[in-house]
Ligand binder design. Structure first.
Ligand code: ADP
Length: 471
């Protein structure tokens, strides 16, 4: 079986969040299960691309409105990632340093999808499944079904995985002419509330759609940035499949980005040494519980609740904890979090920015990681934290609800709370500090967490069953 994954992100080529991690690792595990998994993504002018060798395997052109755009398909030539990686390059559109946030993002991702389909048209043997990820590739199932240009592709099964339903890729009908001839009876399928909505069109047109956790699938029916009714209507072709993690990249026993490697047998010593390195770098005390947050500083992640929660915690629990944040996002939140440094010099620090190696160091050295997310489709941070023996302190939502059990319950290991509020975070952190004051319990919990298996094996098999059901 041959599956092509289409995505805007794929670690280590380009990653902003969980999408990159998933598309970077799932194909490896699918390959191990006997499937040929191929990744096709936009070309980016980034380190991985500059440092590796690629062959141009195809070139042609697409029409985007009135413009004719030449494109090339490059294939990584040494099988560096363990699966075939293809990059689609279009000068000026798909050769950029960043992944998102360009004013012409619509043109960027529509062109990516059109070029992919153009390339696919001339395949000798067609793949068994096209697996699209998020709105940046969600027009593909629609176009394969409803544009005469791609008639020959209509019988290829399509799967759309929703990693984040908040972003839908909306654009105005004034850009409808970017798309090749569409069956006029089907124009309405592109529309959602007066806009062209690629994610909605993808959900309507794909053979099956999945979300990255079962709870998120349920939540989308009540909270999906305007698509609630759509998810109710289309429910019959949906499935929630929890993400796995790449246990080779995220392995405290071999991780080259942390100073001290450790296993379940020497977790306390390993974490203590890594904590020493983190505390030294950020001017924090080694003796206190180290509580951290890693992620995008956006409302969806509850990052707006952090400034008040941190003030509360450090005021009311004076001297009892250290807090360290790593993230970037909303400038107002960044500023508020940076300003807190002046008030809590020795107990608090923040690194504003994106730093993959620092994230590994923090997962390995921190005692607790807070995730006060309002929406969390799956969440990978808590899974990495568990693998590194770091206690997740999470709001019960989406994938967090599906993967973290409160330590007060049988076989539990994390700290869970209900409300997205600064007070609820403060209370949960008080429980964390109490837990920390009991070293023997904490040691047992660390071992329990590190013994859990969130590798891809189970979820990769679920995707394969899904593909087989489409034959
Ligand atoms: P999302 O995709 O919604 O951002 P996930 O929990 O699915 O959230 O994935 C987040 C991924 O991005 C994790 O691998 C996390 O470690 C990483 N990450 C987020 N922010 C940063 C940052 N500032 N520096 C390094 N890694 C980050």
């Amino acid at each position: 079986m041959v599956v092509i994954h289409l995505s805007a992100e794929c670690y280590p080529v380009a990653k902003v969040g969980g999408l990159g991690d998933v598309v970077g690792s799932l194909p490896k595990y699918q390959k191990a299960a006997g499937i040929t998994s191929i990744v096709a993504m936009p070309y980016y002018d980034r380190q991985f691309v500059r440092e590796n060798d690629f062959d141009i395997i195809y070139n042609s052109e697409i029409r985007l409105g009135n413009a004719i755009l030449p494109f090339e398909v490059l294939k990584e030539s040494t099988d560096k990632l363990g699966y075939p990686l293809h990059l689609i390059r279009i000068q000026g559109l798909l050769d950029r340093t960043e992944i998102y946030s360009y004013p012409d993002e619509t043109e960027q991702f529509v062109a990516f999808q059109l070029a992919f389909l153009e390339w696919l048209l001339q395949f000798g043997e067609m793949p068994d499944v096209i697996h699209c990820h998020d709105h940046q590739s969600a027009l593909v199932p629609f176009l394969m079904n409803h544009s005469s240009r791609y008639n020959s592709l209509t019988n290829i099964p399509t799967v759309l995985t929703i990693h984040n339903g908040q972003y839908q890729g909306w654009f105005g009908w004034d850009k409808f002419h970017y798309l090749p001839d569409i069956d006029p009876w089907k124009w309405g399928m592109l529309d959602w509330k007066g806009c062209i909505n690629p994610l909605a069109a993808g959900v309507k047109s794909c053979w099956k759609y999945t979300t990255v956790s079962p709870s998120y699938l349920e939540e989308l029916k009540h909270n999906s940035n305007g698509l609630e009714n759509l998810f109710v209507m289309e429910e019959a072709k949906s499935q929630g499949i929890i993400n796995g993690i790449d246990t080779e990249v995220w392995n405290p026993a071999t991780d080259s980005m942390i100073p001290s490697n450790y296993t379940i047998d020497n977790v306390n010593r390993g974490k203590q040494e890594n904590k020493r390195a983190v505390c030294k770098e950020f001017g924090l005390a080694l003796s206190k519980p180290l509580i951290t947050f890693i992620g995008r500083l956006v409302v969806e992640k509850g990052a707006d609740l952090l400034p008040k929660a941190i003030s509360n915690i450090l005021d009311s629990l004076k001297g009892k904890a250290s807090i360290l944040l790593l993230g970037s996002g909303d400038p107002a939140i960044e500023e508020a979090l940076a300003a807190l440094r002046l008030s809590f010099k020795k107990d608090y620090n923040v690194f504003i920015g994106y730093d993959e190696a620092l994230s590994h160091l923090i997962y390995s050295g921190a005692d607790f990681i807070i995730m006060p997310s309002r929406v969390e489709p799956c969440g990978l941070n808590q899974l990495y934290a568990l693998r590194y023996g770091t206690v997740p302190v999470v709001r019960k939502t989406g994938g967090l609800k599906d993967t973290v059990i409160d330590f007060s319950e049988p076989e539990g290991y994390g700290i869970c709370f209900e409300e997205a509020s600064s007070d609820a975070i403060t209370e949960a952190v008080s429980r964390a500090i109490e837990m920390y004051s009991n070293p023997s319990d904490l040691r047992l919990l660390r071992k329990r967490m590190m013994g859990l298996d969130f590798s891809w094996d189970r979820s990769a098999a679920q995707y394969i069953n899904l593909y087989n059901s489409l034959k």
